[in-house]
Design a protein around this ligand. Structure first.
Ligand SMILES: Cc1cc2nc3c(=O)[nH]c(=O)nc-3n(C[C@H](O)[C@H](O)[C@H](O)COP(=O)(O)OP(=O)(O)OC[C@H]3O[C@@H](n4cnc5c(N)ncnc54)[C@H](O)[C@@H]3O)c2cc1C
Length: 432
């Protein structure tokens, strides 16, 4: 999925190479600092939708003139998009798990480790296993980390396993699936949604549909409670409320203004700021969250102690030069969702900008981002939200183009099929 910046950069690739060659010539003529290294070094932390895309395009567009390292803690990437279908039982997690081999073959050096600290003065990233790797430019796309301390009772690892979030796909997805499978008929599944902004606004409601779809067929006396900290459904309200009324009447119950404050692991009880306590057989707690922890170490969290503000032309932090931030960690522009394709588009624009900056070339001043998000209401039918965001130079942010937006009010088989095609395309664009 290439953006206008990407296309612009493709045209400039020869110029980029010659500019980099010129700088290397300069170094041979006596610049000691540059002599010590021929290639510009870009380190990317986080091999998900944003980071893997950025690393892939940096290696492809930069050819051999740039040294790209991707630090990723997991051996393989597991997609959150479509993972609700795994919890509902209609798909397996293997379908949404992808290795890093193809990106590696494109010239990206992959290090499977955890980045634990960033030293912006020395321009180095420290890894859990002890390495300390240097960079000229650092790109952080670490997704989200949770504020567990804001919910009493979630202090221990055992409690967090008892109430899985499954808001990072992988072991937690499977753990929640197992809990749903072993729930008794007549039991209660409850999902707690944090206050917006949170990762992927429609996904909690999609999850409620997937659980209800499963329970209706296998444990028909059971119920799904949607406990929303917000005052109303945050995305695709018409689509979801219609499905809850037509398909899941008597199964799904929606309760707004349920701000979770405490959980009791011994009884499975949830307590709220104002609403009545709820006891559930399975309690899926999505805690409030913010930018991935490594962003804090790098000093790039600037908004509400939660998200990272960036210059949207380059995705460089507004506070720390040389560090770019992508994806869910970013303080988003108006109507810009925290979504996989949006992170992928950030990665595209950022890769093009970083290559231009390293080669002392002009950056694209009018990038355009596209986003499509699909939500399944059963195992086959889905609805969509599509948007297009243009950079507005006067306001220095992306503005959603209302003429290009599309939100479906009802589900179709076609959107369900498009959702799987979307996954195949975006998978190729980030890890292919
Ligand atoms: C249930 C669910 C359904 C969703 N459905 C959709 C959908 O249909 N469409 C859509 O567009 N979006 C969807 N999303 C949202 C989407 O998953 C996120 O917006 C997207 O993953 C953000 O990309 P990212 O690069 O910011 O983070 P991620 O994709 O989460 O990648 C972050 C990566 O960084 C790694 N990492 C983190 N910290 C470190 C560290 N210190 N060192 C090394 N590695 C590190 C992690 O292991 C991870 O691989 C959904 C989300 C959920 C939870």
């Amino acid at each position: 999925m290439e953006t206008s910046s990407a296309r612009a950069l493709n045209l400039n690739r020869r110029q980029f190479a010659s500019a980099l060659g010129a700088s290397m010539m300069f170094s041979m003529m006596g610049c000691a600092a540059m002599w010590s290294r021929a290639k510009a070094r870009v380190v990317v932390v986080g091999g998900g939708f944003g980071g893997a895309t950025a690393a892939r395009y940096l290696a492809m567009w930069g050819d051999a003139d740039i040294d790209v390292t991707l630090v990723e803690r997991d051996a393989a990437f597991v997609s959150c998009p479509l993972s609700n279908l795994v919890i509902g039982g209609s798909r397996t997690i293997d379908e949404f798990t992808v290795g890093y081999e193809s990106v590696s073959r494109r010239g990206v050096r992959i290090i499977h480790d955890i980045a634990v600290a960033v030293d912006p003065q020395r321009r180095r990233v420290k890894l859990a296993h002890g390495d300390d790797i240097p960079y000229d430019r650092l790109i952080l796309s670490p997704g989200i980390d949770f504020f567990f301390d804001r919910i009493k009772g979630l202090e221990t690892q055992a409690a967090r396993e008892r109430f899985p979030h499954a808001w990072q796909a992988g072991p937690q997805t499977l753990s929640l699936r197992r809990q749903v499978e072993s729930m008794r008929d007549g039991g209660v599944f409850a999902i707690s949604i944090p206050r917006a902004p949170y990762r992927c606004p429609p996904a909690p409601y999609e999850r409620a549909c997937q659980i209800a779809w499963y329970l209706k067929r296998t444990k028909p006396r059971s119920k799904v409670l949607v406990l929303d900290a917000n005052e109303d459904v945050q995305a695709q309200k018409a689509l979801f409320t219609r499905a809850w009324r037509d398909d899941y009447r008597g199964v799904i119950e929606y309760r707004p203004d349920c701000v979770l404050t405490e959980v009791d692991p011994s009884t499975g009880t949830a307590r709220f700021e104002v609403a009545d306590d709820v006891s559930a057989d399975v309690l899926n707690v999505i805690p409030p969250h913010g930018a991935g922890a490594i962003a804090r170490s790098a000093g790039v969290i600037t908004a509400n102690d939660q998200w990272c503000e960036v210059d949207f032309l380059t995705f460089e932090s507004i506070r720390v030069p040389g560090i770019h931030v992508l994806g869910d960690s970013v303080q988003t522009a108006p109507l810009m969702a925290k979504a996989g394709q949006m992170a992928n588009q950030h990665g595209n624009v950022c890769a093009a900008a970083v290559l231009a900056l390293l080669a002392d070339q002009p950056i694209d001043h009018s990038p355009v981002l596209r986003n499509s998000c699909y939500s399944f209401v059963d195992d086959r039918e889905a609805g969509h939200i599509k948007s297009l965001h243009r950079y507005d130079a006067a306001r220095k942010t992306f503005i959603a183009d209302p003429t290009a937006a599309s939100v479906s009010n009802d589900r179709t088989l076609r959107d369900g099929e498009e959702a799987f095609a979307w996954w195949r395309t975006i998978r190729a664009g980030m890890l292919g």
